[in-house]
Design a protein around this ligand. Structure first.
Ligand SMILES: Cc1cc2nc3c(=O)[nH]c(=O)nc-3n(C[C@H](O)[C@H](O)[C@H](O)COP(=O)(O)O)c2cc1C
Length: 161
């Protein structure tokens, strides 16, 4: 079964709520989701590198990914080359309008691309990943669901090649 890691940092629950909807989308695609909030526990890089894809999430911190997610990506160099060609996507919550949720998504995407991962974009906005302002509303959660669904579907296609 296709397995997707959802790795994120959430301190006050907003990104956590987004991750739950990403999980629902992954499961609706017939895949398995493994959620890891790095604010609670350390990510098992060996386990993640054996999965079929990764969706990364973060709260916006000074317009980019959180220090925890940045530390996660630094540590992920231990499994460099083992994620290449696998499916990926990103999501983020910022506190303010124009506060940087899209630049946060882009910072996550840049790190995923350094791993050689294949990013799932969207022809409908939001194009780069799922975004929310603070507590995610129904629209943001629907986009998270769709992100999970589409990355899991892409992961299945890439894994079967
Ligand atoms: C250290 C720190 C830096 C932050 N920087 C920004 C920022 O640059 N722009 C912004 O809009 N919100 C910023 N925020 C607010 C969070 O991104 C926002 O509250 C988010 O929804 C929190 O997600 P969480 O509940 O999953 O922790 C910052 C919060 C923290 C703790």
């Amino acid at each position: 079964m296709t397995k997707i890691a959802v790795v994120y940092e959430s301190r006050t629950g907003n990104v956590e709520r987004m991750a739950r909807s990403v999980e629902e989308g992954i499961v609706s695609s017939g895949a398995e989701a493994v959620l890891i909030n790095i604010a609670d526990k350390e990510a098992d890089l060996e386990a993640i590198s054996a999965m079929d894809g990764m969706i990364a999430g973060s709260f916006t911190s000074y317009g980019q990914m959180s220090s925890g997610m940045s530390a996660f990506f630094e540590k992920s160099s231990a499994v460099h080359q083992r994620l290449k060609g696998k499916a990926a996507g990103a999501f983020a919550s910022s506190g303010d309008f124009g506060g940087g949720n899209e630049t946060t998504v882009m910072s996550l995407i840049q790190a995923l691309m350094v791993h050689g991962m294949v990013i799932q974009g969207s022809s409908n906005a939001p194009h780069f990943g799922a975004v929310a302002l603070g507590v995610p509303d129904g629209t943001a959660l629907a986009v998270c669901f769709s992100l999970g669904e589409r990355v899991a579907a892409l992961a299945g296609k890439l894994a079967s090649r």
